[in-house]
Structures are given as C-alpha cells and as structure tokens.
Design a protein around this ligand. Structure first.
Ligand SMILES: Cc1cc2nc3c(=O)[nH]c(=O)nc-3n(C[C@H](O)[C@H](O)[C@H](O)COP(=O)(O)O)c2cc1C
Length: 206
C-alpha cells in the first residue's frame, strides 16, 4: 500500500491554506512531485468526458523569461521554478473522441456516443468550441491549485497574459485556447488571507 498519501493535505485543509503566491524558492520541483500533482488533475471531470486540457511544463530560465514578457512581466513567472501552461485543444479532442468514450460501453454504443458528441460540439465554430473547452479547462485549473497545495507546493494562477504571445513562445498552434498559466513552487511569502463571500451571500434555497 502506498503510505505517502498520509502526508497529503485533505481537500478542506488544502483549500484553506491555498493562496496566490508570487515569490518562490528557486529549487527545481522534483519530476515525481509534478507528476503526482498532474496525476490528480488528470482525474478532473469534463462534459462528455472530453478532457480537452493539455499541459506544458516550463522550467528553463530562457522560456520563463519569454513567458514573463508575454504575461506583462508578472514577477511570479520568473520567480517560480516551474510554470504550467494549461491549454485546450478541441481539434485534438474531437479527432480522438474514441479515446475518451468509456471502454465499458458496448462497441456500438461507444460509436454512437462519439457520433453524438461530435454532432453537438462539431456544429460549433472553432472559437465556440475552444470557449467551451476553456470552461472545462478551469475545472482542471481548480484541481491543479488544490492538488499542488495538498502536495506542499504553492501556486499563482494567471489569466493576465497575451495568449497569442504565449502560444508563440510555447510553439502551440493558433487554434488552441490558453485558459491559464500557473506558477508553481515552494512559496516564500504568505499571500493574502482569504477574503470571500459568506455562504449566506451566495447560496439560497429555491
Ligand atoms: C483564473 C484566475 C486568474 C488569475 N489571474 C491572475 C493574474 O493574472 N495575476 C495575478 O497576480 N493574480 C491572478 N489571479 C489571482 C487572484 O487575484 C486571486 O486568486 C484572488 O484575488 C484571491 O486570492 P487568493 O488566490 O490569494 O486566495 C487569478 C486567479 C484566478 C483564479
């Protein structure tokens, strides 16, 4: 049995501790830790189980400097040992739907399900498809922020960047959307305490 799980924070603790952190220790993140975090993110749900998210891990100072320039020189991009670019690719997702339709279904049902999904999403313009995918991508972003915290790493999610420039820096094709960049590492600042709506303010019975 893998006992390392006992060292992780539970969801409540991770959510309470997580804050946006913009200054980090420079030490690289062990590949096994990044993999463990992304292996949680991989489990995020998405509509039709399409999983349109893809990730690029940026660790070289040269690429981080170019990413920072694309992200209005936000300091966390060069401070963090790694920046994860979360992008979505509906061309890839729709072309490979057979990978994501559940294998537990009988073959005929799998084919019909893939055709059904292609019928619905394939009708949208490429821009609408990527907007839809970005919505799914933010589910993965939430998982990523919590999973990182649970594994002892801090993060800074960002939408403040020029997406075309980010695509260019990372060699991504024009059609993909970039919902977020996430700086990740061991934080060296406290961040702000939570300032959130009360439940009363945002929840009501129908
Ligand atoms: C999707 C998303 C995009 C964000 N973009 C930026 C950003 O570009 N730059 C930045 O400094 N903070 C960014 N933030 C951080 C928010 O300002 C921060 O999450 C919010 O103020 C709550 O503070 P906390 O994260 O410390 O709890 C972003 C957060 C989210 C969730």
């Amino acid at each position: 049995m893998d006992t390392s799980i006992s060292t992780l924070l539970d969801v409540r603790e991770a959510a309470e501790r997580r804050r946006s952190i913009r200054a980090f220790e420079p030490e690289p993140i062990p590949a096994a830790d990044l993999e463990a975090i992304l292996d949680v993110v991989r489990l995020a749900p998405s509509a039709f189980n399409v999983q349109p998210w893809r990730f690029v891990i940026v660790e070289t100072p040269e690429l981080k400097a170019r990413l920072a320039a694309a992200a209005f020189n936000q300091r966390q991009v060069t401070s963090a040992p790694a920046v994860i670019a979360l992008y979505t690719d509906m061309q890839d997702a729709l072309a490979t739907l057979e990978e994501t339709v559940h294998p537990g279904m009988p073959e005929a049902q799998r084919a019909a399900t893939a055709a059904h999904i292609r019928g619905i999403l394939g009708k949208q313009s490429p821009e609408d498809q990527e907007s839809w995918a970005a919505g799914q991508g933010y589910i993965a972003l939430g998982y990523l922020l919590l999973a990182a915290e649970a594994h002892g790493y801090q993060t800074s999610p960002m939408t403040g960047f020029d997406a075309a420039q980010v695509r260019e820096v990372l060699g991504l094709p024009d059609h993909v959307r970039v919902p977020a960049l996430v700086a990740i590492g061991r934080g060296t600042e406290e961040g702000f305490t939570h300032h959130r709506h009360s439940l009363d303010r945002i929840v009501r019975a129908a």
